[in-house]
Design a protein around this ligand. Sequence first.
Ligand code: SAM
Length: 227
Amino acid sequence: HLSKRLATVASFVPVGARLADIGSDHAYLPAALAIQNKIVYAVAGEVARGPFENALHEIKSQKLDHIINVRQADGLSAITSNDFIDAVTIAGMGGTLITKILSEGIKNLSGVKSLILQPNVGEFGLRQWLMNHQFRITNESILSEDGHTYEIIVAQPSNKVVNYSESQLYFGPWLLQQKNEVFKAKWREEAEHLRDSIEHMKIASNPPRTKITQFEQQIRQIQRVLE
Ligand code: SAM
């Protein structure tokens, strides 16, 4: 049984995919997809020993080793061209780490048609990376679970130049169009947080004016979107 977060990530994996799940930990995501017959093959990549062993154990006990290969490796070096991977999931890490994994393994992405990414933070930088590497964002989702808000970004390689505005990179091009309740709550909270930070900065003996102005601009940008 997957968390709502991982179930949403899983829902974007195309049926019949050959999947690489990087930073798989217990390999719950590829295991669930294999049990549902949604994927035909998967690599569960893990860099750390403990999680790698968790994944091995999970796949063995579920008898899924004919579909899922668990490999201890750093990022996309877990896969080779012989795996014919066409979808990659990377979930539950910071956006900076996700972009690092994508950058370092970019040559392994040549046959990949879908990236399904769930950054815990750093969504802006991740969207910017996708744009700068000719990936088009084809879908997005936002959800809340156990008091956390998660964004999921789905992308595919594009042969055309991709351009997103500052605001699309910040809020997410699809999330900005939908503006659902989870989205509104997230950004109301973020504006609140920025206001609190400004109050704290203002009572300092030497208030950081540039930072305050920057935060005030961010609040106005959020207000425009929430109106
Ligand atoms: N993907 C699962 C999820 O969303 O529930 C697990 C997320 S867990 C918080 C992050 C995992 O990524 C950890 O098990 C960590 O060892 C692994 N990880 C971090 N950097 C990695 C890298 N460069 N290559 C492979 N795995 C990595």
